[in-house]
Design a protein around this ligand. Sequence first.
Ligand code: NAP
Length: 306
Amino acid sequence: MTEQARPAATTSVSSVCELVSVATGPAAPLAARPRGTGTPLSLPPTTEGGCAVVTGASSGIGTALAERLAARGYPLVVVARREDRLRALAERLTARHGVPVEVEAVDLGDRGGRRELAERLAEREVAVLCANAGFATYGELARLDAEREHLQVEVNVTAVHELTLAVLPGMVRRRRGAILITGSTAGNQPGPLNATYAASKAFANTFAESLHAELRGTGVSCTLLAPGPVRTEFAQVAELSKVDAVLPKRLSVSCERTADLALAALERGEGRVVPGLFAKLLATGGRHAPRALLGPLLRTAYRRVM
Ligand SMILES: NC(=O)c1ccc[n+]([C@@H]2O[C@H](COP(=O)([O-])OP(=O)(O)OC[C@H]3O[C@@H](n4cnc5c(N)ncnc54)[C@H](OP(=O)(O)O)[C@@H]3O)[C@@H](O)[C@H]2O)c1
């Protein structure tokens, strides 16, 4: 390091704090300080126009998010591969809540289809984006199907990135919008026998929390939904045959509860929501336990549910 560079490195903690407080302004008294980004009620009102986009709406958490957004009056765009399910959902939500629901039967792992979807969304007034679609694989990486591992990165990482990049400029221009990114507690920790998924969710977690901080003051918010176990088709898709036998039901939460907590957090402009006590314990353990301990522990745990 050069002599010139050194003074910055030796800046005192108090002067760093001063710089931070100059940059962010004086702290409001606790009672008056809104939770989250300081953008309370950042879920834009439906009266202002704009639609809500939910990826992975054909089952689980995505269906529950779509149902709740429709109940709040948002016109919806629902995205997944299983068109029959999306159409049935659209009919049900329109009949029940009187909102228009557009079906986008798109494979988010397919570059061309995904890009075209991103282009269509970039031209619309998107008020809410729930980037939720995702799946996991479990097993020794060297033995897993390489194509499916690539696909997992496309869906869990690239699609989240591309769709956010498509809608964010419009949201920032309008100074209005909310983004919910579904990460996972798995993204806080190493994931032996679940390496691609854990790494993909580390991206989702960090991306969402980075945007949350970056967007402060823009009128747009970004919230990370980082669930632990949720009762959906997730385990079945991941071929986790023993999970129901090993994991007591009370440790997982329902997708309805997950969606309720997620949208409440989005509304308050919070940075992160972790639904349920067990997931909070997992999140704390994953973030703070020594890596040398976590790796072997999680390897044993995942072996038991496979
Ligand atoms: N359930 C859990 O325990 C848990 C825990 C932590 C995080 N999560 C995360 O929560 C999110 C939702 O999962 P879930 O639990 O609700 O599972 P789920 O019931 O299996 O739903 C996954 C959704 O993602 C969609 N999807 C998967 N691959 C896709 C592709 N190539 N293109 C488009 N859509 C695709 C599926 O639709 P199609 O199959 O119709 O395409 C489905 O709608 C995921 O990101 C997952 O990683 C779940």
